[in-house]
Design a protein around this ligand. Structure first.
Ligand SMILES: [Zn+2]
Length: 267
């Protein structure tokens, strides 16, 4: 059978994806997600030779830029046709996640965008693959409305959440560790932007999980140690300042304007 580009598209476009989607509320918008496992199975049923690729950068399955965040890339090839797709790693408000938390101020509210974890990156890769399949027609209609504005919120300002001025090398992920097992996803340190090495009995992923749990950041052991020391020092400094500020508390803090009239003496 002669498969042309339009054959593939019209074949996959006809597949009904209803019942294999999940709707998630994100930042006031309902987003529909198609199951990757299901979608891939449907494609392979029709095109057993179909394959996909998660694009790596020196073995790392994403590109990171401190200003714009994480971006993942995939490629899918069906019947000799390759389409690429890319997707930024975003939080539930559809804001780009970075290695550090940052605050977004809109006209009406402000919120903090949490740093991305490997879980977020992994999830995005799978979504990217699903979207990549949509380029071939599968579930394309799901994305039909996605270019609509997500909410009325216009970003007024984004600021890093208390960035410490430390000698954190700002280098992009260039010189990376050995590409490991193809399926291995290497956790990255949010401070030095290097792959997290194993430490003692901990695997890199365990170090990442541990630091994320304890410090709310995914860090390598050395950066975690430095960061912990820094937090401790800041805490002590703050305690000292608070102690000073709390010293002479006035007993009555009501000013003249808000003071109730003194009750009149009866008799
Ligand atoms: Zn580090």
């Amino acid at each position: 059978m002669a498969n042309t580009k339009s054959d593939v598209f019209s074949t996959l476009d006809k597949i009904n994806v209803n019942g294999h989607t999940e709707v998630k509320e994100a930042g006031g918008v309902k987003l529909t997600y198609l199951s990757w496992a299901w979608g891939w199975k449907e494609v392979k049923k029709v095109y057993p030779d179909a394959n996909y690729e998660i694009v790596k950068f020196d073995g790392i399955p994403y590109a990171y830029d401190p200003n714009t965040g994480y971006m993942v890339y995939t490629k899918v090839t069906i019947e000799g046709i390759t389409h690429e797709m890319w997707l930024p790693v975003m939080d539930s408000n559809n804001r780009a996640m970075k290695a550090e938390p940052y605050e977004v101020k809109t006209k009406y509210r402000s919120f903090t965008v949490a740093p991305a974890t490997m879980f977020d990156i992994n999830k995005t890769i799978m979504r990217c693959l699903v979207k990549n399949l949509a380029m071939f027609g599968l579930g394309l209609y799901i994305y039909a409305g996605e270019d609509l504005p997500d909410s009325g919120d216009e970003v007024v300002e984004t600021t890093p959440v208390k960035q410490e001025k430390k000698s954190t090398p700002k280098s992009a992920p260039k010189e990376k560790a050995e590409p490991k097992n193809e399926d291995d996803v290497v956790p990255m340190c949010a401070h030095c932007f290097k792959p997290i090495p194993a430490h003692d009995n901990y695997t890199p992923q365990q170090v990442a999980n541990l630091t994320m749990h304890n410090l709310k950041k995914q860090l390598c052991w050395d950066c975690a140690h430095d960061y912990q020391e820094k937090i401790k020092a800041e805490k002590e400094k703050k305690q000292a300042e608070d102690a000073q500020a709390n010293a002479p508390a006035p007993e009555y803090a009501i000013d003249e304007q808000t003071r109730l009239p003194f009750p009149m003496d009866e008799n």
